[in-house]
Write a protein that binds this ligand. Structure first.
Ligand code: GAL
Length: 360
């Protein structure tokens, strides 16, 4: 396994299992190891390419993925070799990585697309070489996923996260009158958006605000800034908006937790006393995000089930690579696996701190 994120015990166990797997394959080649019954797959290789390994949510999800791979290896007795590559935000690099993972003999490749509108090179490579692809987290348009039968997507429904974030914000504004700083009954808000063109930026922004309105909160958009999921960019952009809107902001809606934390960094660095800070809501439930909910800096977050997504992706990759049945995989239309989101506030944050995957 090329990732170094597994803890020491699991790493040892994996090395042992990989070695055992290699020994077994050598024995099979020499005519031993199996006892005449139908030959089963003993060794698989899963390739992964990430849009950006420094993205907090993605890196936490990959930690889970490698741990599930180690567990699956132990449970199934099949040696699982996972190779993870970082495309560093370049689609050209990612296309090359997919080519190299195919050349290295991967049975299946998990692709976290850099540019969700540019999957064609990868899908052509996959189809020509008969290597199935599981896209994840950055959703391509449905027509692109239809281009070949062996293309799948694992992720979540962006609109659900926006709706839940809007509910969190509406509940907070309705129950906490001090949030309405100027007392006009209207929620003055700004939005911190993820990458332009990403399904989660577009849809979360729309659904969070629409939900607040549906829940009976009158809203006024003061401004927005694109901060590309990034904490440092969000801090800079929020600092500028705090000055521009002269302490009038009552709510900061962030498309993810890292940007919500960047907003909090800006508030901490500002002259605004803590009791006058705008409310801040995020999405993901990353470790740092949950911590900010727990210490009261964030009103709430929406849990993006990284354990569920990692586990479903591993299960699907395993079934594909071992030519198994997909009956146990909760596939929608034979192609999609989507995990549900959950609201997290101070009341239930502890449930999510040590969350384990629930997928089978
Ligand atoms: C979103 C997640 C963001 C970021 C993005 C990357 O689902 O909420 O934090 O990781 O995916 O594509």
């Amino acid at each position: 396994m090329t990732t170094g994120k597994i803890n020491g015990g699991k790493e040892m166990r994996r090395k042992y299992l990989v070695l055992a797997g290699v020994l077994c394959i050598i024995t099979v080649a020499a005519g031993g190891c199996k006892s005449g019954e139908e030959e089963t797959v003993k060794n698989i290789k899963i390739g992964v390419t990430l849009y950006d390994q420094y993205d907090t949510f993605i890196s936490e999800m990959m930690t889970e993925f490698t741990e599930y791979a180690a567990d699956k290896e132990e449970e199934s007795g099949v040696a699982i070799n996972v190779e993870i590559m970082d495309a560093s935000q370049s689609q050209l690099t990612q296309n090359e990585q997919v080519k190299s993972l195919i050349d290295k003999g991967c049975d299946v490749i998990c692709v976290n697309l850099v540019d969700r509108t540019e999957p064609t090179t990868i899908t052509d490579l996959a189809e020509n070489n008969h290597v199935p692809i599981i896209f994840f987290n950055r959703e391509l348009v449905a027509e692109d996923l239809e281009r070949w039968a062996e293309l799948y997507y694992v992720g979540a429904d962006a609109s659900e996260s926006g709706t839940l974030e809007g509910e969190l914000a509406a509940d907070a504004f309705k129950t906490n009158s001090s949030m309405d700083k100027n007392g006009d009954g209207i929620c003055q808000y700004v939005v911190l958006e993820g990458e332009a063109g990403h399904q989660d930026s577009i849809v979360r922004t729309e659904y969070s605000v629409n939900t607040m309105v549906e829940k009976g909160v009158e809203t006024e958009k003061l401004g927005y800034a694109i901060a590309n999921w990034n904490r440092a960019q969000a801090q800079t952009k929020t600092a500028a908006m705090l000055t521009q809107f002269d302490n009038k902001i009552e709510l900061i809606i962030a498309n993810n937790d890292d940007m919500a934390l960047g907003a909090i960094d800006a508030l901490k660095a500002s002259q605004i006393p803590k009791e006058e800070w705008p409310g801040v809501v995020g999405i993901d439930g990353t470790d740092v995000g949950l911590n900010a909910v727990k210490n009261g800096e964030m009103l709430g977050t929406v849990y993006n089930d990284k354990e569920g997504q990692a586990q479903e992706m591993l299960n699907l990759a395993f079934v594909i690579a071992t030519n198994g049945e997909k009956d146990e995989i909760p596939l929608l239309n034979g192609k999609y696996v989507r995990t549900p989101y959950h609201k997290v506030t101070l009341d239930n944050v502890e449930e999510y701190e040590n969350k384990q995957g629930t997928a089978n």
